[in-house]
Design a protein around this ligand. Structure first.
Ligand SMILES: C[S@@+](CC[C@H](N)C(=O)[O-])C[C@H]1O[C@@H](n2cnc3c(N)ncnc32)[C@H](O)[C@@H]1O
Length: 194
């Protein structure tokens, strides 16, 4: 779906928009160290990283700091409020390695095999990101040895099993609460039609 339409969806506006304050609350920062979670994703300096559903940017600036000036972070969200907020944070921090885009992650418009690491942090399972469409798109944009990192909140709803069952990802691991998978070479997966 185009981001304009998705950004107007009832689900996103009723459910996620009001949650923005919680996403970046001091209590969350105090209870939860985003860098610990990012370390669980095995994020490294110089990587190209796609952050799906960046929200208000709880993980974004930390991820940008870890990948450094030689890395490239694409922070993606369909809600213009969130995109504007993250753009401002990035600008205020003087970061040049972050691109904040208003887009539907089911149709990233990114080049095939261009990303080292995909972060799915707090974004699945949600109705606007169905795994049967999201996983093929993430498989397409990841490089051959790319990693899918998934942090599930509040509950997993069988996501780890569904990811393996898709046949698109393999070699499961878990660190600091983050599930990681290697992109599987076993299936050449073309993007499904929307
Ligand atoms: C629960 S929030 C998590 C935000 C952030 N990752 C965090 O942990 O603070 C889920 C985010 O996913 C975004 N989202 C929902 N559907 C999406 C889609 N199809 N493509 C990209 N992002 C989407 C929402 O707008 C929202 O910002």
């Amino acid at each position: 779906m185009d981001a304009e339409k998705l950004g107007r969806s009832r689900f996103l506006n009723l459910f996620f928009k009001p949650a923005g304050a919680t996403m970046e609350s001091r209590l969350r920062q105090w209870l939860f160290d985003p860098r610990e979670t990012l370390r669980g994703a095995d994020i490294k300096s110089g990587q190209t990283v796609l952050e799906v559903g960046c929200g208000t940017g709880f993980f974004t600036l930390h991820a940008a700091e870890i990948i450094g000036p030689s890395g490239h972070l694409i922070a993606m969200d369909p809600l213009s409020d969130f995109v504007d907020r993250v753009k401002k944070k990035v600008q205020d921090a003087g970061l040049k390695n972050v691109e904040v885009v208003r887009r539907d992650a089911l149709k990233t418009e990114l080049e095939t095999a261009s990303v080292d690491l995909v972060l799915l942090f707090g974004v699945v399972p949600y109705p606007t990101l169905p795994l049967d469409r999201l996983l093929p798109e993430m498989h397409r944009v990841l490089k051959a040895d790319g990693t899918l990192a998934v942090w599930l909140f509040p509950v997993s709803f069988g996501v780890p099993t569904a990811i393996l069952r898709s046949g698109l990802f393999t070699k499961p691991g878990k660190k600091n609460g983050v599930y990681t998978y290697r992109r599987s070479e076993s299936r050449d997966h073309s993007q499904p039609k929307s």
